[in-house]
Design a protein around this ligand. Sequence first.
Ligand code: AMP
Length: 422
Amino acid sequence: MSADAPARKELTAVKGTHDILPGEVEVWQRVEAAATRLFESYGYRELRAPIIEPTELFEKGTGETTDIVTKEMYTFVDKGGRSITLRPEYTPSVARAIVEHRLDLLGLPMRYYYIGPMFRYDKPQKGRYRQFHQMDVEVFAEKDPAVDAEIIEMADALLRALGVTETETLINSVGCRACRPAYSRALREAAALVRDRLCPDCQRKIETNPLRIFDCKIDGCREAAQTLPKISAFLCQDCRDHFAGVRAALDLYGLAYKIDPNMVRGLDYYTKTTFEVVNLSGGQQNAVLGGGRYDDMMKDFGGPDIPGIGFALGVERLVAMLSLPPEPRRAVYVVHMGEKARVEALRLARLFRRAGVETLVEYGSRGFKAQFSRANKVGAAWVLIIGEDELAKGLFKLKDMAAGTQIEGAPAELLAVVKGKP
Ligand code: AMP
């Protein structure tokens, strides 16, 4: 580079996004595999929707006065003049897919899960990213409170399967179309009395959507929100019965929970049950997962009148809580000396790989010592040695790197050793 060339600006990941590198990604893979297994054991099937959706989907689904829609969406106009949004949450996508493909007419259980990235333009901090990952679980066409309890129990089972114990399950009921208007009125009146203690945003919410005052993260607003009326006093009989049913079913499972009357969650579509699991040792961003019932959402979309319930779990927040012991790498490293041995190395590497064994092979012609040192560096569990002697005999050496022991055998025998080792 000449002395007066402009300094090159380092290219880095977009603010609020992050790479998941080898070393860390194995934990993600284990978490995803455990979740997939568990969800499928409860009858869920994977449904993969696109990352981009029409902006209107979230305006209608998530709610026009929610923080997500008013402040946090990645929205752009595409070359065809359409308003497109990178999904900030997954539930509206599932509802759209059901309506679009009339999955409700297939007579199959509508239980779906998905693991993938979501996008929110919020202030990045520990545990809060602009591209983050959620495991999303949704059940449609089930009204019974036992389903609410079951989905909460499933979330709990996932955390336990991964060894997470320092959490608390919070539940609430946010009422329905029948009882919420009276609550909203009472809330509006009470919030007007503490207007001065609220941020400008929350002052606006008094008129537009007073329930959303509970979502504000500002301390002053949180304190003021404590003084506001609670939804529990306004629930209609149907909502009361439903909530009692959820609690009874949770008790049946022996699952500990706490009722949090302020937990209304940041989305407009919730009806009746809402729930959250929080990390007791976490900092500010302590909600590991959150969800609730949304019995009117499909209908509001212009779809069939079917109820739904679901939750979304933040994978970054979950992974940060885990301390899984690393799984040893069980790779074979093939070292060789001479042209014929090189050809045999490539052939044997293919044989081992076909048998499902991770196998790395030298391509160049370094000395044995350099090849062994590479094998060590990549953490290979075994080294398969192919020299002239071995080629002549058709018997090769396999060194167990941890034990330092070596055996000799035909390829199939050595493969059996590698595969059979506990
Ligand atoms: P929500 O869709 O807001 O109910 O969020 C469900 C879960 O997703 C939360 O409990 C978090 O674990 C996770 N989550 C939400 N927003 C973010 C974010 N910006 N960064 C990381 N995780 C998030």
